[in-house]
Write a protein that binds this ligand. Structure first.
Ligand code: C2R
Length: 172
């Protein structure tokens, strides 16, 4: 059985601008916490369309399993990726611009029937990673295990009393 922990890149993250990286790096960090190797490539469907297509071709050859397209404003990147692959594509709309990400949200989510992009919240880097992990968990039992551990940790935060949680927040 193939192991996710072999270090092979399973998730390809494309983002439309180097300026997006402070948010997009959180996708990689969350995946890494779950033991999932990923790579970030800066490529734009508008500015460097050939680079987007070349990356998707490489991702197919290298057996990358999930692609994430991150972009702000007129965010066509995730949709263009979805048009070039049958891999699952997650769209991460980014804030910025005159309407704070609403433009990117609509451009990413409103795909024509037959070309789905699973769109997460504006700047929802963590959920983009968690959704990729849930897809991968169907194939890799150790990712399913990591997701169960993460959910256990999350629940533990809710078992603290309000005073304990306040003390934790103030670093006591
Ligand atoms: P700059 O800050 O580089 O001018 O980019 C980027 O994701 C970024 O949020 C401004 C915004 O334009 C976005 N962008 C897209 C695409 N390429 C770049 N929406 C695309 O291909 O969809």
């Amino acid at each position: 059985m193939e192991l996710a922990s072999s270090g092979k890149v399973l998730v390809g993250i494309l983002t439309g601008s180097p300026n997006d990286l402070p948010t997009v790096v959180k996708v990689r960090d969350t995946l890494s916490e779950l033991g999932i190797a990923s790579e970030i490539v800066v490529a734009s469907a508008h500015r460097t369309p050939d680079k987007v297509v070349a990356y998707i071709e490489r991702a197919h050859k290298e057996d990358v399993q999930v692609l994430i397209g991150c972009a702000g404003m007129a965010a066509h990147l995730a949709g263009v990726i979805a048009g070039h692959t049958r891999l699952p594509v997650i769209g991460l709309p980014l804030s910025g611009g005159v309407v704070s990400g609403l433009d990117a949200l609509l451009a990413t989510v409103q795909m024509p029937p037959g070309v789905p992009v699973a769109t997460v919240a504006v700047d929802g880097a963590k959920n983009a990673a968690m959704l990729a992990a849930r897809i991968l968990a169907l194939k890799y039992p150790e990712i399913d295990q990591a997701l169960q551990e993460a959910a256990k940790k999350e629940r533990a935060r809710y078992e603290l009393s309000a005073d304990e949680a306040l003390a934790k927040l103030s670093g006591k």
